[in-house]
Design a protein around this ligand. Sequence first.
Ligand code: NAD
Length: 415
Amino acid sequence: MESYNSFTTAKRQISEAAKILNLDEATLQLLSEPQREFTFSLHVKMDNGKTKIFRGYRIQYNFARGPAKGGIRFHPDETIDTIRALACWMTWKTAVVDLPLGGGKGGIRCDPKTLSQRELENLSREYIRAAAPFIGVDKDIPAPDVYTNPQTMAWMMDEYETIVNNHQPGVLTDKPTQVGGTLGRRDATARGGVITVREACKNLGVDPLSKFAVQGFGNAGQRAALLHHEILGGGKLIAVSDSRGAIYNPEGFDSNELVTHKLKTGTVLGFPKSKQIAHEDLLELDVDILYPAALENAISKDNASRIKAKIICELANGPTTPEADIILNQKGIYVIPDILASAGGVTVSYFEMVQDKYSFFWDESTVNQRLDQKLTTAYSRVHEAIKEKKIHPRLAAMVVGVARVAEACKLRGWV
Ligand code: NAD
């Protein structure tokens, strides 16, 4: 397996896009480093009465198009460079969907599985006490990421409001609806991805009713399976996987029943009329559409040459390594890159900020309709760039995002 510093990969992608766009050296330099980085020492009272120190980070990568936006991750392997890379990708993601936002990301180096609910709450509140001077509805709006969730956001929002002594629900997004969250957020990432698949099928002449597979049957993967049928009007789901294993049925699964089975048993394994297959075999099945919705680097130089899908919709962040990208591109496989395919989540987060600002909440069909409009427009702008510049989809999405941010920097007189 190849090993990476994600930020090095992210910077390489910026250089490639900058070359196509003929960006000058100062702009390239500005876009290749975060504008602001904060690191915090967090002291938390543990259940055993002792104090433990954690390291927290918040990175605001670029503000040219608006306040920074991006999740907060709790993870034992968190480093400043993983956060830099994620903040950098958020910058291009918000720009590709043309949101008036920049990119940011944060995290705490911790193992959330070993912490009690009370310790998690103490840690979340301590993070906000440290970050409060630097975040805000017009500065930087965090959201959940790996191992953080709407409950974490509710604690963090509460702590922030206590500090500023003001009602500020829009300071964090993906909150529960009872405290300023939006309808439609649960489906948003998958819905956005499936909308881009619908558009790609039209452009490439791929039959939307044909076979598809989902790697990673968690939140994004389950919703993608259900929405694929709803938005594309059919399709045959022939394989799915989770961390415990992969299952296959050439006749197709009933996605609703499969979701119920997964929620009941905690795994896709054991679903009636399914055959267990190896994890890696799922990615190489003869399907038209493949949704990687698990972890990074699932498609590497080791398996890329055996992938048969016509369209890969990257719901996961970074599921394809740079070497695999080259192979997929040579094979003519159309990869809808993560910064476009998984942008539905941040788009609906932005809708949540807007609703919180106005204290006026939309019904779910309005959220979904506006999401469709945003993602369809973004898809067609990226598709135009592919044709205009004769480049592969990931580079085209980067070119669209980087160009918009570079233009904003220029208009502000920064470069
Ligand atoms: P999740 O934890 O709900 O689901 C992940 C699933 O992947 C789980 O079912 C897990 O069992 C499975 N998995 C783990 N290792 C696997 C392996 N080796 N093979 C197959 N399956 C495996 O997470 P999620 O929220 O669905 O996010 C999935 C991906 O989508 C992540 O990369 C995340 O960063 C990305 N993403 C999610 C959102 C969102 O709104 N949920 C937004 C943007 C990007």
